[in-house]
Structures are given as C-alpha cells and as structure tokens.
Design a protein around this ligand. Structure first.
Ligand code: AGP
Length: 591
C-alpha cells in the first residue's frame, strides 16, 4: 500500500506532486520521492521519512513528473529504496508487489545490469529499458507481460519528455483531466479538484498522458474510450478542525457516521432484490481483514440472534487460500473501509468466481470492491484519514446491524428497529463517558501486556479494543474470551497486569466477573467498561466507565468507544502519532 501521483501540463509539476503525495501519506509514509523532467533532464529527489522531507524539491523546474510515498515491502525504508526508481532512460513509481522479482533480477544481472536498491520495483525500470525500441507504451506493455503480481505504475522516459505511461493490475490507479493538465494518483482525493474529470483505470489496462490527451489501451494494445466517473470533486478535504489528531476528530464523528449510515438500507434502491437474496441464502459468510473482520464477528451475533440465520466470518487472507466451499445460494458479504484491501478483494473475487452473490460493505465510492460486487452498501462515515479505524468501524456495525434487522423482519425474526434507531444518540453519550479513561493512562503506558476480556458480543468488542490498542500504543495486548483465560493464558497475569473487562450483558455478568476475579486474585488491576453500574463497586474493580445500555446484541457499537479512547490516550502518552503508527498504512493493497 504505497501512494503514487503524476502530472503533465502547463504548471510546474513539483508543487503539484508534493501536494498530491501529502494527501496520499495515509497509505504509507516511511520514504518518498519525485522525478521531474526538465526537457530531457531527469531530476530525481528522494528521502527516507515522510513527504515533508521533500519540501526542498518544490522548486524543481519542469511541467511533467511522478511521485511516490512508500510503505516498505521489499527493502528497508531508506533513500536508496525510495521511489521513483531510475534505470537508463526511465523513471518508475510502483504500488504493488512483483512476485517473480528474483528470476527477473537474475536475468538482468546476467546482462551485466547493476541495481541500486533492494526493491522489487526497480526491476520494472530495467525491464522497460530492455524492451524499449522507440515505442514507449509497447515497452511498458512488454515489461508488464513479464511481471507476476500486482502493480499500479507510472513511467517517465527522457526520450519522450512530454509523456507519462500508466499500467494497472490489481492496484488502484485513477486519472484526472483538468484545465491545467493531466493527473494520476492511487486514489481520487489526491487529484480531486473543481472542474476535473476523473477516470478509473481497470485491471490490465494502460494509458498514455501526453500534452493534453489521455489515451486508454487494453492489455493487447487496442485503443479504447472510457467515460469519466461521476465523482463529486467538491468533496470536503479532511482537516483536523482543532483536534490534535485525525483519529480524535474521527472518533468525535462516530454518532454522525452512524446516523448517516442508518439511512442506507431503507434507501438502497435494490433493497427488495437484496432482501430476496438474503432470505433465500443457504449460507452467509462475511470476509474481511483487521477491524473490518471484527465488525463481521459482531454482526454474526446480530444475524444469528435476530434472524436465526447461521453466519460464518472468515479472515480474508485465510479464506482466499483455503479452497472454500461455496455452495449454491451462498452470499458472501465483503467488508472493507477502503475497498482496496488486496486480501478482501481476492476473497470476494474467488467467492464470486465460485458462484456466490457478493455484497460489498465499503466506505469508498468507486473503490475496487464497489466495482466488483453484485450489491454495494456504502457506509457514510466520510473520509477516514487515521490509520486506526474508528468511525468506519462503528458505521460498519450500523450498516450490518441494519442488514441483520432487515433480514429478521423478512424472516419473521426478532425486529428491533427502535433499539437500532437510538444507537447514534447513545454513541454520543458513550463518547462523553469514554473521556473517563483519560485517568487510566498511567496504568497502561508502561504495561508489559494488557488483556481485554468479554463474553459473547463483549468478546468481539474486546478483540477490536485490543487491535486498536496494539496498533497505536505498540504495547502487546490480547482480546480474550473471559471464559477461556483459565485454560492457559491466565499464567501470564501478574501483579498490576491491566485487565479491561467488558460487561454489557446482565445474563452473562456474573460469569464474566468470575473470570475477572481469577485475574484480580493474581494481582491484576481491573478496569471495567459496563452498562451495569452496580458492578462498578465490586472489590475487584479499580476503575470503571459506565456507558448506556443498548442491549447485548448491539453493545459493541458503544463499548468500543471507550476502548478507542483508551488506545488513543495511551498512544499520545507514549509520544506516538496515532494517525500514522509505525509499520502500518491505511489501505493494505498488497498481500
Ligand atoms: C484498523 O484499525 C486497521 N487499520 C486495519 O486492521 C484495517 O481495518 C484493515 O487493514 C482492513 O482495512 P479495510 O477495512 O480498508 O479493508
């Protein structure tokens, strides 16, 4: 998951490239670079670290260039490994992974070529140079034919200093046609501006940006025409609006994200068709990664409890390689905030190829997932910049709960429209209560390990709370079924080990408190998140936060909010940047 940009037009390229890269930094930020042609002179400027380190390059002359912000897959995050990679007459920026890099590199070395980086991407520049006989796009097509794996490419050539050639396979790439020139980027917001026409390159397609003209080609070289996509370029560019971090701002937007998403199912134009599909589904399977996977396991409780329909939930990277059984009548719900996660896309494509109806739940219009699914339900969380998913998770829950309720209604199950309807307001209340965790920070900032415990839906929320905590505090933690601790993991609990217990089900409360007591008896410090205030005074409990009671099934939509806040405040206390946690990126578009 890297970010690429490019420009050719009447303006100076360098400032446009740097501003575009800033908008793509959420995709990867361990090194960055730009290449700008001034006539046939290639000017290359790369740095380890964030895009900010490229500011010196803003003054470069030239009206055509490409840029890249990297999340390292092959080779350490160094200047040498930063893109663009230059070899011979060509400069290349690449998002993806080349899986047959080794044999290709050996062939280049046999030809006496030398490499200046450890990356897989550099091989592409070598191949294009080798294939070049004066026809730029033909050289790029020949090189791509040798590649195995995923790529979104933009290429410059000193012999053709008015042209950028693009290629796409499995990694997103969009183009823009504006008054002052032609643009390209990994995602639309990086180039969206008033009056620009946006085009999406499809898998296997190529494009040439030359002067004022965009030409599209198929894999076999046929020229094709493409219509612009209907994108609202007036869309607001996210700002922090006074918050210290995007994550904290996006947490504050959870109630609105849920309220806006609540309207999606009733307004979905093909809802009767979708209801039919779900009602007759022999089998429902949810596939997703990370936080989206956790929204899937929370939804499982709702589908099974309300509609009495068995639902399986699979991690997409496991699903795609386990040779899944996809029986007739299977519905696969693919959940992905970005709609670009490689594993989730592959799982959805595999399910579809084996006959499943694929329903996409995504936050990004025109995303690859939105384009491949049979039905697309958009969460309305608004753009989420922080790597740690918060409002998009709550919006996914809102949408999946609404879908479960819709199915329950159609199948004569338990309907609970009223409880659903009040979730956004209760989320606002939970957000205010969550500020109480600020007083817990000192007990977590130096912890060796942390446990998040729960039973039933609380266990699902515990898993999500643990992922949030790990990914932005860099401290080890584990979300664990409260009833399972005594089967081994209890051995890890020692004096002052922080244990966060979730207690939203009166039915299971005493059982969960048994597990809490087991940890307390071994010295743990217990932090309770509950909608049952009578438990806050129990001797085991050191600290507590009380959230509204929204019923057991939907409780993760509220109990996750103090967990998000805890992760955020501990991350800040430890001097981390919660928006750009180390080693991670917002959209994992590679395997
Ligand atoms: C969540 O905080 C993480 N950033 C990560 O686990 C994320 O949920 C996962 O990569 C899936 O992303 P997606 O929803 O865009 O597919």
């Amino acid at each position: 998951m890297c970010g690429i940009v490019g420009y050719v037009g009447t303006g100076r390229a360098a400032p446009i490239l740097l501003d575009g890269l800033k908008k793509l930094e959420y995709r990867g930020y361990d090194s960055a670079g730009i290449a700008v042609l001034d006539g046939s002179r290639m000017q290359l400027f790369r740095r380890a670290g964030s895009v900010a380190y490229l500011e010196e390059a803003r003054k470069l002359q030239g009206c055509i260039g490409i840029g890249h912000t990297r999340w390292a897959t092959h080779g350490a995050p160094t200047e040498q490994n930063a893109h663009p990679h230059v070899y011979g007459r060509f400069a290349v920026v690449h998002n993806g992974i080349i899986e047959n890099m080794q044999p290709l590199k050996e062939a280049c070395l046999k030809r006496g070529e030398t490499f200046s980086s450890e990356t897989d991407s550099e091989i592409i520049a070598h191949l294009i140079e080798f294939c070049y006989d004066g026809d730029f796009i033909k050289a790029v097509r020949s090189a791509c034919a040798r590649l195995e794996g995923a790529y979104a490419l933009a290429v410059l050539c000193t012999a053709e200093p008015d042209t950028i050639v693009l290629a796409r396979r499995a990694s997103p790439l969009v183009l823009g046609e504006g008054e002052d020139g032609l643009y390209l980027a990994s995602d639309i917001p990086a180039i969206a501006r008033k009056g620009i026409k946006i085009y999406a390159l499809s898998d296997g397609e190529f494009a040439i940006l030359r002067g004022r003209e965009i030409a599209f080609y198929t894999e076999d070289g046929r020229k094709i025409s493409k219509d612009p996509i209907d994108y609202d370029c007036e869309e607001e560019i996210p700002e922090k609006k006074g918050f210290a971090h995007f994550m904290r701002k996006e947490m504050s937007e959870i109630p609105l994200a849920m309220a806006n998403t609540q309207k999606i199912i009733p307004c979905y134009p093909r809802i009767s068709e979708l209801r039919e599909v779900l009602c007759h589904a022999e089998y429902i399977e949810i596939v997703a990664c990370g936080t989206a996977y956790h929204s899937g396991i929370c939804a499982k409780y709702a589908f099974e409890s309300l509609a009495r329909v068995p639902v399986a939930v699979s991690i997409a990277s496991e699903y795609r390689y386990r040779d899944p059984i996809v029986k007739k009548g299977t519905v696969v719900i693919a959940v992905s905030q970005s709609g670009e996660t490689a594993d989730t896309l592959a799982a959805a494509e595999l399910a579809r190829a084996r006959g499943a109806v694929v329903v996409a739940v995504t936050n990004v219009r025109f995303s690859s997932l939105a384009r491949l699914a049979d039905h697309v339900l958009f969460t309305c969380a608004g753009r989420e910049i922080a790597v740690a998913a918060t409002k998009s998770f709550n919006a996914q829950l809102m949408l999946l709960y609404s879908l479960a309720e819709e199915l329950a209604r159609a199948r004569g199950g338990r309907v609970c429209g009223a409880e659903l309807a009040e979730l956004p307001a209760l989320a606002a209340e939970a957000g205010r209560a969550a500020e109480g965790v600020r007083g817990w920070t000192a007990h977590f900032a130096g912890a060796k390990s942390v446990f998040f415990l729960g039973r039933g839906a609380d266990y699902c929320a515990a898993l999500e709370g643990s992922l949030k905590f790990k990914e932005i505090t860099y401290l080890p933690s584990e979300g664990y079924p409260a009833g399972e601790l005594k089967h081994g993991t209890l051995a890890l609990v020692e004096r002052n080990t922080p244990v966060v217990a979730l207690l939203t089900s009166r039915r299971l409360a005493e059982k969960t408190m048994n597990a809490v007591h087991e940890t307390y008896a071994r010295g743990a410090k217990v932090f309770l998140i509950t909608c049952l205030p009578e438990y806050c005074s129990r001797e085991e409990v050191s600290f507590s936060v009380v959230i509204p009671d929204c019923g057991e099934i939907f409780s993760p939509a509220l109990s996750v909010i103090p967990l998000q806040a805890l992760a955020y405040y501990v991350s800040v206390a430890r001097g981390n940047d919660p928006d750009k946690p180390r080693n991670l990126a917002k959209s994992v578009t590679v395997e």
